[in-house]
Design a protein around this ligand. Structure first.
Ligand SMILES: *[C@@H]1O[C@H](CO)[C@@H](O)[C@H](O)[C@H]1NC(C)=O
Ligand SMILES: *[C@@H]1O[C@H](CO)[C@@H](O)[C@H](O)[C@H]1NC(C)=O
Ligand SMILES: *[C@@H]1O[C@H](CO)[C@@H](O)[C@H](O)[C@H]1NC(C)=O
Ligand SMILES: *[C@@H]1O[C@H](CO)[C@@H](O)[C@H](O)[C@H]1NC(C)=O
Length: 384
């Protein structure tokens, strides 16, 4: 009897202690901007709760209010650039007015529509999405240069908003609206940054293979699942609790590069027309719209993270995007070009596969290397 009582007391004590520490931890969770804790929280939220019902409850606005964000005037436009019915891919590059060199590099390498059509027989459209330079004085001189550039290449789309990090969502809406209005037939829409190398021949091959189905229901990129909002005031990606009080973002693909099929782009665009677009992180906002449209992203291991892909043929062979390229884009393109002009090669032999696996393990799996492709990508030879 006494023994039983003692055991019960010990049990209660343990229970009390557990409750207390749990409370303590919860208390800390509320106050401490600890990256580890917030990742655990957001992951738990993503996998255990996973109801983003707050989106419908708090981010929905009337269509008139939503339109205030997306209904910007076009300053430079090419309404007839993409009316063909046989465009496979519309590729929007997010650029800034002053990045003349980056645009020129893209036009002469992976973004050369004429070249791609001549060599691969595939029609793509590459356009640069721009806003206005934040500095009004610079803006005037830049406008003259931009008009000159556009006259020559006819590939700039500019809207009437200040081009700033906090206005990136407006640029996303530009791309979605333009696709819907002026490029309705293109099978896929891709969005990329102007410091990203897109391996267009690989991308086309992937989209064609995927398109053997029906070109539908695709949203592909490097998927971030259960990411927490960053509460560190000094981070570029800082988001206040007022703006986004919840623990986790819906799944999304980083804005550096992702692809949507035509139907998905349309559904996401329509969802955006009833949401409050004041949330400024564009790729997360895309995730929010996609949640409403009930589309889930598909992860592809060869869409790169923040880092630059290691230089190696075995990597280039499978690369979709690689981040952080400005001047070396010509070298990368030389390799891609060479490969794409080779006659449709037979599938690589076993020895080549073994060799590439070893090389990729060396390049991707050793710790301390930059954040490009995951280690498991070393063991994949065709990713669909
Ligand atoms: C939000 O509402 C729409 C339609 O009203 C519904 O289709 C969608 O599933 C809802 N999304 C969430 C995350 O609750
Ligand atoms: C694009 O490729 C075509 C055909 O190969 C070439 O004539 C043209 O100069 C290239 N454009 C640029 C901007 O390099
Ligand atoms: C976004 O663009 C609008 C329209 O030009 C401008 O009024 C606003 O200040 C810009 N916001 C930021 C954060 O740059
Ligand atoms: C959209 O969200 C912002 C920031 O949370 C808020 O200030 C604004 O009032 C909202 N707009 C509408 C129309 O609800």
């Amino acid at each position: 009897m006494r023994l039983g009582m003692r055991r019960l007391k010990r049990c209660q004590l343990r229970l009390l202690l557990t409750c207390f520490s749990a409370l303590l931890v919860i208390g800390y969770w509320e106050n401490i901007d600890n990256a580890f804790v917030s990742h655990v929280m957001s992951f738990s939220y993503r996998y255990l709760v996973n109801s983003f019902s707050f989106i419908n409850a708090t981010l929905r606005v009337s269509p008139e209010d939503a339109l205030k964000y997306s209904d910007r005037r076009y300053l430079i436009n090419h309404e007839k650039k993409c009316l063909n019915e046989d465009v496979l891919l519309l590729l929007f590059v997010k650029s800034s007015s002053e990045h003349f060199d980056r645009r020129q590099a893209i036009r002469s390498t992976w973004g050369n529509e004429t070249y791609i059509e001549a060599k691969l027989g595939i029609r793509i459209r590459v356009l640069f999405a721009l806003g206005l330079h934040p500095n009004p004085e610079h803006r005037r001189t830049l406008t003259t240069r931009l008009l000159f550039e556009d006259q020559k290449y006819q590939d700039l789309i500019q809207q009437d908003f200040i081009d700033s990090f906090h206005n990136l969502t407006l640029k996303l809406l530009l791309q979605l609206a333009w696709k819907e209005t002026f490029c309705p037939y293109a099978q896929f829409l891709m969005s990329a940054d102007d410091d990203v190398f897109v391996h267009v021949p690989n991308m086309i091959r992937y989209l064609q293979l995927y398109g053997r189905g029906d070109h539908k229901d695709l949203w592909v990129g490097r998927v971030h699942r259960g990411s927490p909002p960053i509460r560190d005031k000094y981070s570029k990606y800082y988001v206040s609790r007022d703006l986004y009080p919840w623990l986790a973002y819906p799944d999304y693909t980083p804005g550096s590069g992702y692809v949507l099929s035509r139907d998905v782009a349309s559904r996401i665009y329509r969802a955006s027309l009833s949401l409050n677009a004041s949330f400024h992180i564009d790729d997360v906002f895309l995730g929010i719209c996609a949640k409403v449209a009930e589309v889930a992203p598909k992860n592809h291991m060869f869409f790169s993270g923040e880092g630059k892909a290691p230089q190696h043929h075995c990597i280039y062979e499978q690369m979709m995007t690689s981040h952080g390229h400005v001047n070396d884009i010509y070298d990368l393109w030389k390799d891609a070009e060479l490969k794409s002009t080779e006659t449709e090669s037979t599938s690589p032999g076993l020895m080549w596969k073994i060799y590439c696996t070893i090389m990729k393990v060396r390049l991707l799996c050793l710790p301390l290397l930059s954040n490009t492709y995951p280690c498991k990508a070393a063991f994949v030879h065709q990713d669909l």
